[in-house]
Structures are given as C-alpha cells and as structure tokens.
Design a protein around this ligand. Structure first.
Ligand SMILES: Cc1cc2nc3c(=O)[nH]c(=O)nc-3n(C[C@H](O)[C@H](O)[C@H](O)COP(=O)(O)OP(=O)(O)OC[C@H]3O[C@@H](n4cnc5c(N)ncnc54)[C@H](O)[C@@H]3O)c2cc1C
Length: 306
C-alpha cells in the first residue's frame, strides 16, 4: 500500500496542469508546513527564527517545468535575489538550486551562463551554492557541470550524491580530486532497477557505505536525512575515526522532525534546514507526501481546518 501511494504521489508531482493550478491558488492543503512562504521576506523570517535557535539554513526558490530561455533567466534572477537577501539580512544561510530550473533541458550553455552569473554574486558575498540532484536523466550532465564550475569558482559550489544509484560509490571516488563538499541523500525520484537499488534496505546500506567513504576521504559531508539509524551511525563513526564535527553537518527539510533538528543543534552538531519558498510549491509538496504517506492524514486534516 505504501509503495502504491508513493508511486501515485510521484506521478502526481509531474502533473503540469495541477502544477499551474497550484501556482494560481497559492499555498494550500497543508503545504505551508513544508514551504516557508511565497515571498523571500517570509523565507528570511523563517531562517532568522531558525538561526535564533542555533540552526543554519539553505534557501531554495522553488521552480519546476522550465520551457523557455526567459523562464530560466528569471529563475537565475530569483537565485541572485535570494543571495542578495541573505547578504543584506546577514542570516546564516546558503543557497540550493536545480539545474533544470536554470535551463539545463533547453541548452547546456544557457544553464552554464546562468550558473556563472549566480556564482559571481555568491563569490562576492562569500555564500556557498549547492546544486540539488534531480532524476537520473540529469545526473551525468549535472556532475559534469559541477566539475567545470568547481574549477572556475572553487569551493563556492557543491553538489548532491544519491545513495539509491548504483553509480554513486564510483562518483564519489572520481569526485575526490576536487575535495568536494557533497550533500549525501537517499534519493527522492522514481528510478528503474537498471540504475537504482529497488530495495530500501539496499539503499540504506549504500547510504552508510558512501557516507563512510566520503568522510574517510577527508572531504566535507552534509548528511541529509531524517533517519535516526543513519544519524546515530554517523555520530558513532565520526567518534570512532576521530573525524571532527567541523567536517560534516546534518541536514533536514523544513517542517520535518523539527524536534530532532533542535536536538542535534543543541548537541553541538551543525544542523542545516532546507527552506524552500516561492509559488511553485506543488511538485515539492507531492514528493514530500510520497516519502511519507502518513503525512496525508495531516493534509486531509488541514483541508478541513482552512
Ligand atoms: C536537506 C535535504 C536535501 C535533499 N536534497 C535532495 C536532492 O538534492 N536530491 C534528491 O534526490 N533528494 C534530496 N533529498 C531527499 C532525500 O533523497 C530523501 O528522499 C528524503 O530525505 C527522505 O529520506 P530519509 O533519508 O529522510 O529517510 P526515510 O527512509 O524516508 O525516512 C527514515 C525515517 O525518518 C523519519 N521520517 C522521515 N520523514 C518523516 C516525516 N515527514 N516526519 C517524521 N519522521 C519522518 C521516519 O522515522 C522514517 O522512518 C533531500 C533531503 C534533505 C533532508
């Protein structure tokens, strides 16, 4: 039943008509629990509140389905506006973005140039920028673009590696020469067994394997998970191998396991919360429901409340 619901929500997340309707009607159906607001000012307020509790953030301006050069350029402008807002407000946050938003499906050069404009501003403000990893179809292109931009912009840029992909262990080996700051995640998209572990148990085991591999390499890891088993394993592994807490951080999504977020921050670990904002919230929201169908109960309740 869980896997059926997961498939339904992942299918719905790609529905363009629903996406357009959602944009028109604003944050609904409990999405506000997972999305900081539609405007940057609301997102900055959320980050400021997190900072006051010892938690840092990464901001993401939501956006899906980009078809034109103009839309991609507009998305880049939103990223730059977000960087400027972080610098002006002096909140403790960096930026996360998606390459398809910046035109990767339209033309590689368009995406590259948009990334360069963003990274110039980020370098000026000394703000780190992370490329989120999307579905498998964009994986190779995203990694190649990251390598090129890493050479041009140094440690201002990082990327994500997904534990469900068979290739990730090898990717980490190949990327080591860049001493990359990697966010390590289980993986959020629906992928076929030809490229990704179908069984959750195998994904979890590979997650631990690649986290250990990356930490042992001496590279910076952002361990992004809500899974206590993984979090406790990382804590113990770091202690056992004398890996300083400055070499890794934990990350969770806004609105998910807020008490656990606070506890990790209180224990002295760097805890970074991924804070999405903007009016294109529909796909992101559907992927969160796919991860945890238990949240559907919460959504149904919120529909009757409003
Ligand atoms: C900061 C961040 C950035 C991410 N970036 C990317 C990316 O770039 N690309 C990508 O493909 N994926 C990304 N993801 C999503 C990731 O791949 C997973 O889909 C997602 O994190 C769910 O996996 P999990 O590790 O939390 O473990 P799961 O196996 O889904 O959950 C493990 C346990 O966590 C707890 N839990 C999970 N969700 C909830 C909840 N809603 N409420 C209460 N408890 C819960 C439960 O105890 C559950 O059993 C990101 C995730 C995070 C946290």
């Amino acid at each position: 039943m869980e896997s059926l619901m997961r498939n339904v929500f992942l299918f719905l997340s790609k529905n363009r008509i629903a996406n357009r309707t959602a944009k028109k009607y604003g944050l609904r159906f409990g999405a506000k629990r997972f999305v900081a607001g539609e405007q940057i000012a609301e997102a900055i307020t959320v980050v400021r509140e997190l900072n006051e509790r010892g938690i840092v953030a990464t901001l993401d301006h939501l956006g899906e389905f980009i078809y034109t050069k103009e839309e991609a350029t507009e998305a880049a402008e939103y990223c730059i506006a977000t960087l400027n807002a972080i610098a002006e407000s002096q909140v403790k946050a960096n930026l996360s973005l998606k390459l398809t938003q910046l035109g990767l499906d339209i033309s590689r050069d368009l995406c590259l140039n948009n990334m360069r404009s963003i990274l110039e501003v980020a370098s000026r403000h000394n703000i780190f920028v992370r490329i989120d990893m999307e579905d498998y179809a964009h994986n190779e292109a995203s990694i190649a673009l990251f390598c090129q931009l890493r050479e041009e912009f140094g440690s201002t840029i990082g990327i994500v590696i997904q534990a469900y992909l068979y290739k990730s262990e090898e990717d980490i080996t190949n990327l080591h020469r860049y001493r990359p700051n990697l966010r390590l995640v289980k993986g959020a998209y629906k992928e076929p067994p030809e490229v990704a572990f179908p069984k959750k148990e195998d994904v979890d085991n590979n997650f631990i394997r690649i986290i250990e591999q990356h930490l042992r390499n001496g590279d910076y890891a952002a361990v992004a998970t809500h899974d206590d088993l993984i979090i406790n394993h990382v804590k113990a592994f770091a202690k056992e191998h004398n890996i300083p807490t400055s070499q890794f951080e934990f990350q969770m999504l806004y609105g998910i396991r807020t008490q656990a977020q606070q506890q990790l921050a209180d224990e002295g670990y760097t805890m970074r919360v991924y804070v999405p904002y903007g009016n294109d919230w529909y796909g992101y929201f559907m992927r969160r429901l796919a991860e945890r169908p238990a949240n559907v109960g919460f959504v149904v309740k919120s529909m009757f409340k409003s």
